[in-house]
Write a protein that binds this ligand. Structure first.
Ligand SMILES: Cc1ncc(C[n+]2csc(CCOP(=O)(O)OP(=O)(O)O)c2C)c(N)n1
Length: 343
């Protein structure tokens, strides 16, 4: 039976069904390698961030990699994504280069935004990474604009917007839901529900019993809630949704349950700073659901990869990333003469 969790709309023009067990072996390996790229990039950047040479506030996405990878691996280069402050995962999963991300964090000319944007303004037009922004609820509206342009031009491309569940507390997003639904736009709303906005848990922000899917479904948008730490599940869902979007059926909302391992902004873990807004028990509960370990365990259980292969892929990825970051750290600064360009 296809697994559909918490489906909220009764009548659909076309059914959206997905089953992660149908993903072929080669694809599972690709997803795993992409997870490794994202995880090791974040781990290395977080460790070098402590040297205080990257002068940009940085929101690490460790623990949430499966959402970015599962979604982006179902897209083409000419499909576009928009993201928010916790955007490194999405940038890397959509094909952004580790070297250009690192150079951006170091403020260097080779950075993906020329060293001018910092961590929350990543872009790579060739890969379809249009924009990221720290203003909650801002990029969904711009993503809807991109979807509208695809529709008006008769293209089959899709627009994807990532945001945290905190953005669901912003009024702007409900205007976007309404407009996207009204016009039947090819847009996927991906809500990464990591339970906290900064240090506020959901229960102090939303009435008891609130279901985010119900909010999107109120605008007649098909809405799903899935395990955001299972890369295969996210990928299977997105693959089916993208097919539905390309066929012109209108927007979809995908809530992915996941968890942020590190502090809200910065490279530390909460316990290193004696923060108490969430318990160590809770953090460990979610770390046990590590998307990378789960993906590795699946490859082993299915006999698709050996322990030696897994370790080799991990070591190679890590070495390449360390090299990229080391080069980025000493890349040239933007020339002073270019100070007033791109304003
Ligand atoms: C409009 C707006 N209000 C407030 C903020 C300050 N702010 C930055 S991140 C954040 C919490 C975001 O939580 P969520 O959307 O769940 O994403 P997460 O950080 O959990 O990934 C807030 C309130 C902001 N950037 N923009």
């Amino acid at each position: 039976m296809p697994k559909i969790n918490k489906f909220r709309r009764e009548e659909l023009k076309v059914k959206i069904e997905f089953d992660s067990s149908e993903i072929d072996d080669g694809h599972l390996i690709e997803l795993h390698k992409l997870l490794l790229k994202v995880r090791h990039a974040e781990e290395n950047l977080a460790s070098r961030y402590r040297e205080q040479q990257m002068r940009t506030p940085t929101h690490f996405g460790t623990g949430q990699e499966a959402v970015a990878v599962g979604v982006c691996a179902a897209l083409n280069d000419d499909d576009v994504i928009f993201s928010h402050h916790r955007c490194h995962n999405h940038y890397l999963a959509k094909g952004g280069k580790v070297y250009e991300l690192a150079a951006e964090l170091y403020g260097r000319a080779d950075g993906c935004s020329g060293g001018r944007g910092g961590s929350v303004h990543l872009t790579d037009r060739e890969k379809g990474i249009v924009a990221t922004s720290a203003i909650l609820g801002e990029t969904p509206a711009v993503a809807a604009g991109a979807a509208l342009s695809f529709q008006m031009d008769g293209l089959r491309n899709v627009s994807v917007t990532f945001f945290g569940e905190g953005a669901m507390d912003e009024g702007a997003i409900y205007e976007v839901f309404n407009f996207a639904s009204l016009k039947g736009l090819p847009i996927l709303f991906v809500c990464e529900n990591n339970l906290y906005a900064t240090e506020s848990p959901l229960w102090v922000r939303q009435p008891q019993g609130t279901e985010l899917c119900e909010r999107a479904a109120a605008f007649k948008i098909p809405s799903f809630c899935i395990d955001g730490n299972d890369v295969a599940e996210v990928h299977a869902a997105t693959t089916s949704i993208v097919e539905y979007l390309r066929a012109g059926n209108g927007p979809v909302f995908l809530e992915c349950m996941t968890y942020r391992w590190r502090e809200h902004v910065g490279p530390m873990f909460d316990h290193e700073l004696n923060r108490t807004y969430r318990t160590q028990h809770e953090v460990e509960f979610w770390m046990d659901k590590c998307p990378v370990k789960r993906s590795a365990a699946k490859l082993l259980a299915k006999g698709i990869a050996t322990q030696e292969q897994l370790e080799m892929w991990q070591a190679t990825t890590d070495a390449n990333i360390k090299d990229d970051i080391a080069r980025a750290a000493i890349a040239p600064w933007p020339a002073v003469s270019t100070l007033f360009e791109h304003i």
